[in-house]
Design a protein around this ligand. Sequence first.
Ligand SMILES: [Zn+2]
Length: 601
Amino acid sequence: MIPASFLQDLLTRVDIVEVVGRHVELKKAGINHKGLCPFHGEKTPSFIVSPSRQTYHCFGCGAHGDAIRFLTEQVGLAFPEAVRDLAQQVGMQVPEEDIDPAERARAAQAKARQATLSEVLEKAAAHYKAQLKGHARAIDYLKRRGLTGTVAARFGLGYAPEGWHSLASAFAHYDDPLLAEAGLVIVQGDEGEEQKRYDRFRDRVMFPIRSVKGEVIGFGGRVLDQGEPKYLNSPETPVFSKGRELYGLYEARRALRERGYALVVEGYMDVVALAQSGLGNAVATLGTACTAEHVQKLFRHTDSVVFSFDGDSAGRRAAGRALEASLPHATDLRSVKFLFLPPEHDPDSFVREQGLAAFEQRVAQAVPLSRQLIEHAGEGLDLSSAEGRSKMLALARPLWSALPAGLLRGQVLTALADAAQMPVVTLEAAWVDAPRSAVARQPGAWPTPRRRLTPAAVNLLDRTAWLLTRHADLWFSIPAPEHERLAGQPPPHGPFFCALERLLHDHGSLTPETLLDEMARLPDAALLAPLVQRIRALHHFDDEEAPAAQFEVLVLRLRQQAVDDELQLLMESGDLSQDAAQRGKALLSLRAELKRPRPST
Ligand SMILES: [Zn+2]
């Protein structure tokens, strides 16, 4: 785990305008910079990057965060990757305490190797692309599939010529072991004179597979006419893992935001053909079933995933696996749907025959996850008998249990009870254990700080931390968004509230002394120490009457401050989109509402 103190340090050194500016065109606006929001489609800017706060904020869709968050949400990097990326840019070394030096050396070596492999693959991609120009048969094939040169270029399509050693013309040393390691060349026989080497991909249309960062990590090759196998993929290599990668994700990033969902189809030709028809938001797994890792990756880029399957029995089975992979990620704010097309169609042929609008209508009517779960569990069972219904429930239970806590989970329970013709309370009694504690935050993964603090805010946060130390149970009296707000404060307060939440979940209620002792034992103790010291020193802050009411006031004041802060940013940034103006109005009325005296209860 990366210590919070390091993250804090890193964020003060990184220039967020530069980081965001690499992906979004920014113009100066007052003391800030503005541009078109990359998180939602818009024509006039609502998206502000603030160098003084080192954050970005969109008044249209509410996206906000710091440089790390931007790289995870916009570029799709995993958290540690984003941190490493930024650290490299400012010349910092990410501390990895738990790793011994030998392990670290191995990791560095593996990384260097990966970089070399990427270079080799890039070079091969350029070679295949150049070969396409001279081979009319391959061009003909793509034309027959309705592809234009623009789309072919966008996906970097190429052609691997016939013959066993075509790559020898692209690489100075055909016997370089890297070519075999990259999966481009197959080596047969033992070392020595008997050893044979030849190109893996021969006489195939080549689809480079790119990582979310845009690097070529592998290839898919399709035969032109008849021949087996129809599709051939790169083998697993240090840079390529089929269970993790999705074809077309890099190319689809923009369309995912514009169309608002990802369409998961079966093959790379489908992805490219759909892009040609105007549906740029399709991705494909690489000849494997959909995994939970695939789904997680998609949800970094969109809130809505639609799986498309053939209506036949193989399609049903694939849908079952996609359902299982999706369940752990189906939170209340996300949508997962299953689209079954008529048996004679794949998505591409459907779009070409019936048009984009008809396809989108199908997508809108696709089967939601909740219904697919029930249908999957009840498949082939006679639900008119008590035995059939009970078996359906038994099969549904592990699926239902895989859903994260939330409203959807409750809704599915109700629907299952309905389908089984029994009162939901009976099913609830059988399935729902003692209430599970809310999902504990992952260490080091708290929401990133939104702003620099004013002295008044520090005071407010110190008091909140102190009050919560004395009356930890109050933590549970506020709704989740307030938890997020507290946890999202800059260090030491944000990490303090995160640690508090974690300790409460792990140990239940603790006395103030034990709580502070436990905090001193955490990996981030050094970061929390000054605050913990202040809290220990504050024997009497106020008189301790009605702590709950005091806490409520503190939380309200923090909300007011968040509203004021956003208004301030809006005013600093001058002329913005209509969305931003509307947000301004909403903020003003929210501020008025928060200031209104409340009837005491
Ligand atoms: Zn936005």
